[in-house]
Design a protein around this ligand. Structure first.
Ligand code: T5A
Length: 223
């Protein structure tokens, strides 16, 4: 049995990750792939409890160090109990956010040292890295407006615009550092156009694309 593939969805608040997760799952299932859909922080009973603590905006102030360690504590549980067993049994894992979010939010947003995040990444994940990351990128105001339409804000959504601008810059830097893995999708287009761009990337991953593959820029942006 060959190992499954690990796909992650990333992007700022309201970029459309959750909306497109179901679309990607359906597309893969149409190609006879068994898909496990999960999310971070979360994905196991304990990790979901950590998520609640992290998103609760009425709790005591969480220090930046505690926030970073809680993300990786949840991730350690998630990898051990959900991600690794699924991949080892040949299933594909589709995850709403993973460690690129830590580089973006804790690294970019909170200015935590990148070397510290990298150390934790290596310690918690070993060699595990996503096979493909779809980075849904939209101007901050658009994403925040979409997210806030839903009502109450969580602890992250209550941050200032400058925080989200730093998050976005850090995500774009990740895409520049790992152009083979991270495919940038313009998320401020109508949903059908976003999903067409996602389909182009998935076709390439599945080897369905012959000579007419979509052209990729240096940043791997799908037109
Ligand atoms: N976090 C997480 C860290 O700080 N470090 C980490 O390491 C990790 C893993 C988790 C929070 O934790 C932080 C980041 C986050 O703040 P979350 O719920 O995973 O929270 O993330 P959110 O970004 O808060 O999730 P959202 O639900 O807000 O954003 P989504 O999932 O990107 O957006 P979605 O799909 O719910 O869409 C929002 C709205 O926009 C519409 C949808 O219909 C929906 O109403 N929409 C569109 N409208 C028009 N055109 C399009 N193309 C649209 N796409 C979606």
């Amino acid at each position: 049995m060959s190992r499954g593939k690990f796909i992650t969805l990333e992007g700022g608040e309201g970029a459309g990750k959750t909306t497109n997760l179901a679309f990607i799952k359906d597309y893969l299932e149409q190609h006879n792939i068994v898909v496990v859909v999960t999310r971070e922080p979360g994905g196991t009973e304990l990790a979901e409890k950590i998520r609640q603590l992290l998103l609760d905006n009425k709790s005591e102030a969480i220090s930046e160090q505690a926030e970073l360690l809680m993300m990786f504590a949840a991730r350690a549980q998630h990898i051990k109990h959900v991600i690794e067993p699924a991949l080892a049994s040949g299933k594909w894992v589709l995850c709403d956010r993973f460690t690129d979010a830590t580089y973006a939010y804790q690294g970019g947003g909170r200015s935590m040292k990148i070397s510290t995040i990298k150390w934790l990444e290596n310690m918690v994940q070993g060699t595990l890295r996503p096979d493909l990351t779809l980075l849904l990128d939209a101007p901050v105001e658009i994403g925040i407006a979409r997210a806030r339409e839903r009502g109450a804000f969580d602890r992250f959504e209550s941050e200032k615009i400058s925080f989200f601008e730093s998050v976005r810059r850090a995500y774009l830097l990740q895409a520049e550092l790992y152009p083979e893995r991270i495919k940038l999708i313009k998320a401020n287009q109508p949903l059908p156009d976003v999903q067409r761009a996602i389909t182009d990337v998935l076709r390439t991953l599945l080897g369905l694309c012959a000579l007419n593959c979509p052209t990729s820029s240096r940043h791997g942006t799908v037109k």
